[in-house]
Design a protein around this ligand. Structure first.
Ligand code: ATP
Ligand code: MG
Length: 504
């Protein structure tokens, strides 16, 4: 029998000028995967941080097993049996996997009374192996890929043997295969009678793995129910307060002249023989599993990494981009995938972040033209539906999804000729996702050329004029918009080259 383990009543949390949570209810039972759903800024992560002692509540009640929960920091939360995988990375890159997993709860050798590294390493390796992660416990976290780091965070939460496991957008950095692995882990936790709080913007996940849901909007409780008795439309309606227009509003565009021609581009160890042509007005999708080399191709084009071979032509003339500023000079903009470390400067205001690439155009003698700065910020901040207390608040007070939107706004505001988007809607809620798609589609219709990397199949299929698939550093297939189907694209991405149009 499942029983109530956690009960939250009338929870409020105020930040200066913001009611992040305002009278929230949540009841979580053992053996249940409970989806916490809401738009960017709805208050989901704030609730998690109250449960894990990062923030203190303003008012309300949190009951664990019917008794008031008091935890003032992550260690006390652990002691209460609550573990969380946070939205933002919380590991120490310079330390090993073992050191990260046992941070704060070292095993002490019973005889020597010293930290027992041998046992901790052994336990860590057992844990990693049981999750079928091919990771050595001595590896430094900085040497792991994004997906691997995320799996280690999950391993860490599991190592605490918690009764309540909270996952704040756990799949945003994972590829198809790792998502399957994660589902397996979640189902096992559930069978073991744990309670799981699962935060996600992806409805396919919610319907696949969650039993029950609670919906927040603007910090307020809106409703709850059994997932199997609800529908995507019903949930969206509760989240957004209205039903949504078309999700992938792709405009019919007449494809123009070639803008960018890439010939046999290679970077030893990452990708080889990458050739494609991008036309004005075209959205060229890149699909592949994480690690297929898509991001590396884009980083090379933008001059972050150097190429070992190949030619790049812009408007038919060969160009040599050695650093991002040169790429920007040619009218190329790049929204990177890892926005936490490469995109947004947390201790800077939204306005400063958005206008950063244009700082020279907006200032004279080192003094920024405040009015212009605000105009640019307002225009693009509103287009991207950024929700904040004001344009001059620091980016670190924004919710995860709103930080993502700042990075999008910042690059789109440069009015580029070629826009490279690496997972542009990762972590962004449904309503804004539709707005981003609409906007990109409009920009393309005006002649902008777009390279769109996405691991979300519906996004690639819905938005692209043409789709290129990569697998292990090589192009494996190309599909026109009409040819592409989920099956054929996934097949090509997993290394089966016999998709439609995969053979020439
Ligand atoms: N440290 C902080 N200082 C000030 N305001 C904050 C702080 N943390 C969060 N907020 C505000 O609280 C609100 C809720 O943010 P929260 O991060 O909980 O949203 P979320 O539901 O997790 O959204 P997302 O889907 O984007 O991750 C937002 O308006 C955010 O700007
Ligand atoms: Mg969040």
């Amino acid at each position: 029998m499942s029983e109530t383990i956690l009960e939250i009543k009338q929870l409020t949390k105020y930040f200066p000028g913001i009611k992040a949570l305002d009278g929230v209810h949540l009841t979580v039972r053992t053996g249940e995967v409970h989806a916490l759903i809401g738009e960017n800024g709805a208050g989901k992560s704030t609730l998690v941080k109250i449960l894990t002692g990062v923030y203190t509540l303003t008012s309300g009640e949190v009951l664990l097993d019917g008794k008031p929960l008091v935890c003032r920091n992550a260690l006390e939360a652990q002691a209460c049996g609550i573990a969380a995988i946070h939205q933002e990375a919380s590991m120490f890159p310079e330390l090993s996997v073992t050191e990260n997993i046992y941070m704060g709860h070292h095993i002490i050798h019973p005889k020597t009374k010293r930290v027992d590294w041998a046992t901790m390493r052994k336990e860590t390796q057992t844990l990693l192996d049981s999750l079928e992660l091919e990771i050595d416990c001595n590896t430094l976290v900085k040497n792991l890929g994004v997906a691997q780091r995320h799996m280690v965070e999950i391993a860490k939460a599991l190592s605490l043997n918690a009764r309540i496991v909270i996952m704040d957008e756990p799949t945003s950095a994972l590829s198809l295969r790792e998502v399957e692995d994660l589902y397996k882990i979640v189902r096992k936790l559930k069978d073991d009678g744990k309670a799981i709080i699962f935060i996600s913007h992806k409805f396919d996940e919610i319907f696949e793995i969650c039993d029950y849901f609670t919906i927040l909007r603007d910090g307020r409780y809106i409703g709850e129910g059994l997932v199997k008795e609800s529908s995507v439309d019903a949930m969206v309606n509760m989240m957004v307060g209205r039903s949504l227009d078309q999700m992938y509003p792709k405009k019919e565009v007449k494809i123009g002249r070639p803008v960018l021609e890439v010939q046999q581009l290679a970077q030893t160890g990452y990708f080889q023989d990458v050739s494609f042509t991008l036309h004005a007005g075209e959205i060229l999708g890149f699909f592949g599993l994480i690690g297929a080399g898509r991001s590396e191709v884009m980083r090379t084009l933008f001059g972050i990494d150097s190429r070992s071979h190949g030619t790049v032509l812009l408007d038919g003339k060969e160009i040599h981009i050695r650093k991002p500023s040169e790429a920007m000079g040619y009218g190329i903009a790049f929204v990177p995938e890892d926005r936490q470390s490469q995109g947004v400067i947390l201790e800077m205001s939204i306005a400063k972040n958005i206008t950063l690439p244009q700082i020279d155009a907006l200032s004279r003698y080192g003094i920024t033209h405040k009015k212009r700065e605000l105009e640019v910020t307002e225009t693009f901040g509103e287009k991207m539906e950024i929700r904040a207390a004001g344009w001059h608040v620091d980016a670190d007070t924004l919710s995860g999804g709103n930080q993502q939107k700042v990075v999008l706004a910042k690059w789109i505001a440069t009015n580029p000729r070629i826009l490279i988007l690496d997972e542009p809607t990762k972590g962004i809620d449904v309503a804004t996702k539709a707005a981003v798609h609409q906007f990109v589609s409009e920009m393309a219709a005006e002649g902008m050329a777009v390279l769109l990397i996405s691991s979300e199949l519906p996004e690639v299929l819905g938005m692209s004029d043409r789709i290129i698939v990569m697998h292990e550093g090589a192009l494996t297939a190309e599909f026109s918009r009409d040819e592409a189907t989920s099956d054929s694209v996934i097949k090509a991405a997993t290394g089966h080259t016999a998709g439609n149009g995969g053979e020439q």
